[in-house]
Structures are given as C-alpha cells and as structure tokens.
Design a protein around this ligand. Structure first.
Ligand SMILES: [Zn+2]
Length: 436
C-alpha cells in the first residue's frame, strides 16, 4: 500500500499553511478544504506523462488512476480506494532525480496491477480515506520527533487498525518492488532511483525502536537488498532526457511554492523558476516578472512557465497581460484543466462581457473533463450570473453544493433554478437534483 509510512526527517522549511493559502489566493481550484490537497497543473501533467508508459507496461487501464497531491513534506505515496494515487508534495521538493520519482511510481503501479488494495480485508478497506491519510501523516511525524507514543495516544483505537493494515501490507511490498523492477526494465528506465529511495529510508531506521520498526517498517533492508541484487544482474537504464528536464522544472516550481525563499539561487534554469515563484510569493512583483520573462525567452516551449507567469501577473493585478500569457499557455495546453482554470480566472478578473463569455465557455470545457470540481462550478456560476443567466447560475451553485454534500443548499439552489428556468436542460437537471 505505501512506499513508506515513515516520515522523512528534514528541516521544517515547509510552511504548510502559507503554501496552501498562497495557492488558494490565486486559484480557488488549488485548495480543497479538509483533505489538504494541492492542485498544480505542471506537477499533474508531469505525473500523467510518467504514468502513461507505466500503466501500459503494467497493463493497467490508462486513466484508471486519479492522482491526488497531498500537502505533506514527507516522501510518501500510496494507493487508496477508487484507484486514487496519493503523492505527498514533499516528493516533488525532496527527491533529487526523475529516476527516484519513477521508482516510486513504478512501485505504486505494482500495487495497482496486483490489486493489492482490493485484497485487503473488508473492514480495512472500509477505513475512511481521511483516517488513512491522518495515519500516514501522524506515523511519519511521530517517527521524526521520536514521539510515537504521543502519536499513538492521539490516534487511539484507530492506531490498532492501522498497525494491522501495515502488517498486512508488508507482505505486499516485496511483490510491488518486484513488479516495479520489471516495469523499469521493460521501459529501459534506471532502477537506481528505487534503490536510492530505499537506501534513504533505511538510513533513517531507528533500531532502538524495534517495536515501531516491526509495526510500521516497510522492510527497507530486505527490499533494498533485493533491488541491489536485481541491479547487479541486469542492464542499467536511463531516463529520457526530456522527462529528466521536465522533472527538474516541476521540482523547481514546487520548491518555489513550498520552500522558504532562497534569493541566493543561481539566476538560470530551474533555479530561476524557483526564484521567480518565490519573488511572486513575497510580493516582489518586478523581480518576479523579469525572472519569468527571462525564463520564457530561454524556454519558449515550456507553457507551464507561461501559465505561472500569468498567475503572477494576475496576482499583482496586471490583468490584461495576465490574459495574454494565460491564453498562450492554454493554447499549448488545451487538455489541462489547470491551464484552463488560470485562463478563466484571468478572463473573469477583466469584468467585461466578452471576457466573461470566453471564461464561461472555457469553464464548461473544464467541467467536461473534471465534472467533480466544485471550484469550477462556483466560477461558472459567477460567470453565468454576470451574464444574466440566473437560473443556470443557480443550477451551477446546486452542482457545487451537491459535490460538497451540502444537501439543503443544493435543494434550495436547484428549486430556484427549476422555478425560473425557461430552457428544458436546466429544468430537467434541476428536477433531477431535487429528486436526489
Ligand atoms: Zn508499497
């Protein structure tokens, strides 16, 4: 189930609240309340690119996995119910190479292909996702601070269930690693990344706490030996150069958002990307803009830099220019909802009919791809309201409330939509919602 439930000890540079609120300020779709999820288009697109060949190799249906980025500074990844692949945001900041990231994804793909989760006992599968997330984070934090007792106390009876879960999954780790090595071999990707990550976990083992080790340890030593053995008798692979470069930019972007600003970084390449975002976060707009413009000149074929620039411009109130760059990014990334989201937000900020009409069309396209995003429905409602489409705006609010399980609100909005709508589609959908 998980690569490691041990937290990764590193300095507490990660400003969780700051990162989430900064992201949420510029794009409501970034933050999804209590789940502590992060949305980032470039990271999501990169993960999708990495997963495409892995799913094919593992003979898993493409598009089956739903990738979720959890706001947590440790290195961890796990698959949960409904084929949701959770990746801790710390992976993007802390892992050094694309090969390490590939090793983790390949391991998780091993779990998916082997249907490990569906083989869990029924009562464990019923463990709520929120609980599992809490467990993963709490165990990790306990391990860092040596505070496992405190963590155990706080977790109460749930800890016992989690220990069982961990025990059950230990036997599956070996199988996932074996599958991962096979996938990496097939793709010609290096296995050194998986080995390095396991070595890292092993280095953090705490032999003085054998009980905790037995309960939660993902058998790093045995796993490491197995991977080493495999390494020694097979070809060394290599990550495609384009993927390695993309990884460096994804990592740079994550560092910009999630780490404390470091103005001493070099003024070029991915480091400049980190600095540009850091400048944006600290309100040094002129420095951010000049950094982004240099990056765009240097990397004209990296539209996510343009999208980040558009976000920075929007945040600073430079709406017209933000629209220009968001449009360019969206043109290059029409299939990515977060690029569409940035463009729609820039257009909405213009507060002008033509721009609002354009935003409304884009939001509809985004919702075709991601219908379960409440933020998109809310933004669509704003656009519709501004365009005088009041019943449709009410219906969009009802859709948002439905996704957020605010049943009373959902019924109220749906009733208003039904009572005022002149068109059949709105009436029919409103009626459907009222009957739920
Ligand atoms: Zn695992």
């Amino acid at each position: 189930m998980c690569l490691s439930c041990k937290g990764f000890s590193r300095r507490q540079m990660f400003k969780a609240g700051l990162a989430l609120s900064a992201l949420a300020t510029t794009r409501p779709a970034f933050a999804q309340s209590h789940m502590m999820m992060l949305r980032d288009g470039e990271a999501e697109a990169f993960v999708a690119t990495m997963l495409a060949p892995l799913t094919q190799t593992a003979q898993v249906s493409p598009g089956l996995l739903k990738v979720r980025i959890v706001q947590h500074s440790s290195i961890n990844a796990f698959v949960a119910e409904d084929h949701q692949l959770f990746l801790h945001s710390g992976m993007f900041v802390t892992l050094h190479t694309c090969a390490q990231f590939a090793g983790i994804l390949a391991h998780e793909m091993g779990h998916v292909a082997s249907q490990h989760l569906s083989r869990l006992p029924e009562e464990m599968r019923k463990t709520s996702l929120q609980t599992m997330l809490t467990m993963a984070g709490a165990v990790g934090l306990g391990a860092i601070g040596g505070g496992s007792a405190a963590a155990g106390l706080a977790l109460g009876g749930q800890a016992s269930a989690f220990r069982q879960l961990m025990s059950f999954t230990q036997s599956q780790e070996h199988a996932a690693d074996t599958a991962a090595l096979r996938y990496l071999d097939t793709l010609g990707w290096p296995k050194s990344g998986l080995q390095e990550v396991l070595q890292r976990f092993k280095d953090q083992e705490l032999p003085s706490r054998p009980e905790a080790y037995a309960r939660t340890h993902p058998l790093s030593h045995d796993r490491l030996e197995m991977v080493k053995h495999h390494q020694g008798r097979s070809m060394q692979g290599q990550m495609p150069t384009a993927l390695e470069e993309d990884w460096q930019f994804v990592k740079a972007r994550a560092k910009g958002w999630l780490e404390a600003p470091n103005h001493r970084l070099p003024e070029q390449g991915p480091d400049l990307y980190t600095k540009a975002i850091s400048y944006q976060r600290t309100g040094e707009s002129a420095m951010a803009f000049s950094s982004f413009e240099r990056l765009i000149a240097q990397y004209p074929k990296k539209p996510w830099i343009q999208e980040a620039y558009a976000t920075a411009l929007l945040q600073a109130g430079n709406i017209d220019k933000s629209i220009v760059w968001a449009a360019r990014a969206y043109e290059a990334l029409p299939q990515h909802v977060m690029a569409g989201s940035t463009y729609a937000q820039a257009l909405m900020a213009k507060e002008e009919t033509t721009s609002t009409q354009r935003a409304e069309r884009i939001l509809r396209q985004m919702l075709q791809r991601e219908r379960d995003n409440p933020s998109f429905w809310r933004e669509l409602s704003r656009a519709q309201g501004r365009l005088g489409q009041l019943p449709q705006a009410q219906l969009s609010l009802a859709e948002e409330a439905l996704l957020q399980r605010r049943t009373e609100d959902m019924k109220r909005f749906a009733r208003r939509a039904k009572d005022t709508a002149q068109d059949r589609p709105t009436q029919i959908r409103a009626q459907d919602l009222l009957q739920l």
